[in-house]
Design a binder for this molecule. Structure first.
Ligand SMILES: Cc1ncc(COP(=O)(O)O)c(C=O)c1O
Length: 350
């Protein structure tokens, strides 16, 4: 596998061979529809072992649907959901959380490197006015781990935020589109990084990490999930052949594949970050996982593009001057892919 010159997204990569093989195996016989199949049962069992907790699991097709379903179980239509102002749910889901919740309000909070500032959460809660008829009512906090800037919250930082949230009777959701990258980078166990740190519901994303299209909403408190299956069906997300979604997830988590693939993606991210730093390029954030944000002059970016490299500007791209560009590696990125980018960058700077 290779991602060549494509650093646009971890979604640009194909699926991991182990996932495709698992789909082939799941194709071998008939199975009960709508999640009543052995593979989905096995998935729940495996996740329950991995997370060391009783849980309710809902396999989904997309991260957006997973986030929106999770939040719809935590927030009523008049609820307020706190998140970082750069959170995917706030900036990039076309109002899906508002749609699934029937109108809950997302409140974007500031904080450096896409981590919510605890003081901003406390201030936001104080401002909201619990019990005031005219105000949205505090319902949930959503954290993204790893963050949209490719940084990590420490467990202590997560704890600080979830403590504030729980003291105010909020439920806590974690957008784990890159949860495996966070685990691989931190060495934390799935339990330490989720419910032990105060997370009530996790959107576990595995598509970016090598699945074809498979995410899971994981409730650590099954009572929060009482409505979830109806909401999931109403959202058109209960796959009739759910075994194929579950088979992808199982292939990833069964023998530690998710962590191996994420560790590789992270390693390629670090290689890229280190290579760029050696060239004197400023990194906007530390490269904690598989994303590097480079401050580049527009002319340098154009030279890279002229050589066929793909990547996205992360701030408004000026006609002249510098801009922040995002480069993403994945399970499929080879060291040569990264070295090819770094040597082209060296020439482009020269
Ligand atoms: C942090 C984060 N959450 C959620 C998603 C949503 O995933 P999907 O594109 O599958 O809806 C993404 C996708 O880019 C993401 O980066």
């Amino acid at each position: 596998l290779s991602t060549g010159k494509d650093f646009s997204s971890d979604n640009a990569s194909g699926a991991a061979p182990e996932v495709l093989a698992a789909l082939g195996r799941a194709n071998g016989a008939t199975a009960a529809a709508y999640g009543d199949d052995p593979c989905t049962a096995q998935l729940t069992e495996r996740l329950s072992d991995l997370f060391e907790h009783e849980l309710a699991v809902f396999p989904m097709f997309t991260g957006t649907a997973a986030n929106a379903l999770a939040l719809s179980c935590l927030a009523p239509p008049f609820g307020a959901i706190f998140c970082h102002e750069s959170a995917h749910i706030y900036t990039s889901e076309c109002g899906a959380p508002e749609f699934y919740t029937g109108g809950a309000k997302l409140i974007g909070l500031p904080g450096a490197a896409a981590r919510i500032d605890p003081a901003a959460l406390s201030a936001g809660l104080a401002e909201l006015g619990k019990g005031v008829t005219h105000h949205f009512q505090p319902a949930a906090l959503s954290l993204t781990q790893a963050t949209e800037c490719g940084t990590l919250y420490s467990i202590e930082a997560i704890r600080r935020l979830t403590d504030i949230a729980h003291r105010a009777d909020l439920k806590v959701h974690m957008d784990g589109a890159r949860f495996a990258n966070a685990l691989a980078a931190s060495g934390q166990t799935p339990a330490e990084a989720s419910w032990k740190a105060g997370v009530d519901v996790l959107s576990l994303g595995l598509t970016k990490n090598g699945a074809l299209a498979a995410e899971a909403v994981i409730f650590f408190d099954p009572t929060l999930a009482e409505d979830a299956r109806f909401r999931q069906k109403r959202a058109g997300q209960v796959a009739s052949k759910m075994r194929f979604v579950s088979a992808q997830l199982l292939a990833m988590v069964q023998d530690g594949q998710w962590l191996e693939l994420a560790a590789h993606a992270n390693q390629m991210g670090r290689r890229l970050g280190e290579g760029a730093a050696k060239l004197g390029i400023a990194l906007a954030f530390p490269v904690d996982i598989n994303e590097a944000f480079l401050e580049l002059d527009r002319t340098v970016a154009d030279r890279l593009r002229a050589q066929g490299f793909l990547f996205h500007p992360w701030t408004a791209e000026p006609k002249e001057g510098s801009c922040r560009y995002r480069f993403v590696t994945s399970f499929a990125t080879e060291p040569d892919d990264v070295d090819g980018l770094v040597s082209t960058l060296a020439r482009a700077l020269g």
